[in-house]
Design a protein around this ligand. Structure first.
Ligand SMILES: [Zn+2]
Length: 319
């Protein structure tokens, strides 16, 4: 009996900090995987994680079949927002990695590169050689036709070669075995190589239950915050070069509630109230004049701002 109890509790250890202080079934994810999957929460490091984890087959089939059937206007707008995000990521990477990387011959890999929009910004530099993987065949076709970038349909574990920088934009939270992914990343990086991770910032468990449930209704296996993500990578052979939170730039000061509404509208097209439109217009005007400044760095103590509250980390392989 004792053994059974012990095994049961072992199943609910936090995958990052190994704590047993797990709140089980704080939420559930429906209509993404074939069955409903529960979300557990670690009280110690505040990580949300699925339990049980979806199988490899379920995951591959989800990404192969995922595609975006929007009308032309929504598609154009979404593309434009993605472009603004890519520009902002590109500037952030240029500012916080080595300028030599962009001058000397450099090899970059993006994992889950989508249609290749971010890689294209690097590809324009004469000395940068870009590589990428993507499960979705339609996205790979767009990358080839629009940007002339050939992406491979490869599992992360099957990637070979040595890279100066590896990019994972809204990808890392979708992996099941994150420790294996970090170990493989270390193997793929050259000495002093960089890893860039961007992913959404998650709410604390005391946030509004409706907002938490809405936030967790995605294909993310884990939902991180800056502290638990840093804890994970520091234990796994990386040093943190910089870590920041970003949100959509609003040229004037607006309330937390309105920022959340703005994020919801820009990320998922949800209109919570008409009064948000002046802020959307201000956001767009700012983007037209400053396409690299669509996102602003948030102060550490800013409360969680919902969808659009994003974490960026640049890591370096520890010597
Ligand atoms: Zn934990």
């Amino acid at each position: 009996m004792k053994n059974i109890k012990k095994n049961t509790s072992l199943n609910f250890r936090c995958p990052i900090c190994s704590s047993h202080k797990i709140m089980q079934r704080v939420s559930s994810v429906k209509q993404i995987w074939k069955t409903e999957i529960w979300v557990n929460y670690c009280k110690e490091c505040k990580l949300y994680f699925l339990f049980p984890m979806p199988s490899k087959k379920q995951i591959k089939s989800y990404y192969e079949n995922e595609y975006y059937i929007y009308n032309i206007w929504v598609r154009t707008l979404k593309e434009y927002f993605r472009y603004l995000r890519c520009k902002s990521q590109f500037e952030y990477l240029k500012a916080n990695t080595l300028s030599e990387l962009y001058e000397n011959r450099c090899n970059i890999l993006e994992v889950g590169a989508g249609d290749g929009m971010l890689l294209d910004l690097f590809n324009r530099a004469p000395n940068i050689h870009v590589n990428g993987t993507e499960y979705n065949s339609k996205a790979r076709k767009i990358a080839q036709n629009k940007y002339n970038i050939r992406l491979e349909d490869k599992e992360f574990s099957d990637i070979e070669g040595k890279y100066d920088m590896i990019l994972m934009s809204h990808v890392f939270e979708h992996f099941v075995d994150i420790k294996l992914v970090l170990r493989k990343t270390l193997e793929l990086l050259k000495k002093d190589g960089f890893l860039f991770i961007e992913l959404p910032n998650s709410p604390v468990i005391t946030a509004n239950k409706r907002e938490i449930d809405a936030y967790l209704r995605t294909a993310h296996i884990y939902n991180f915050n800056i502290a638990n993500l840093e804890l994970l990578v520091k234990k796994r052979g990386f040093e943190v070069v910089c870590s920041d939170r970003f949100f959509y730039t609003t040229p004037i000061k607006i309330s937390i509630e309105n920022r959340k509404n703005l994020g919801n509208l820009l990320m998922s097209g949800k209109i919570e109230k008409i009064a948000i439109f002046p802020f959307v217009i201000l956001f767009l005007i700012n983007c037209i004049f400053h396409s690299t400044r669509a996102f602003t760095r948030l102060k550490d103590k800013t409360p969680w701002l919902g969808t659009g509250d994003t974490i960026r980390l640049i890591l370096r392989k520890k010597q």
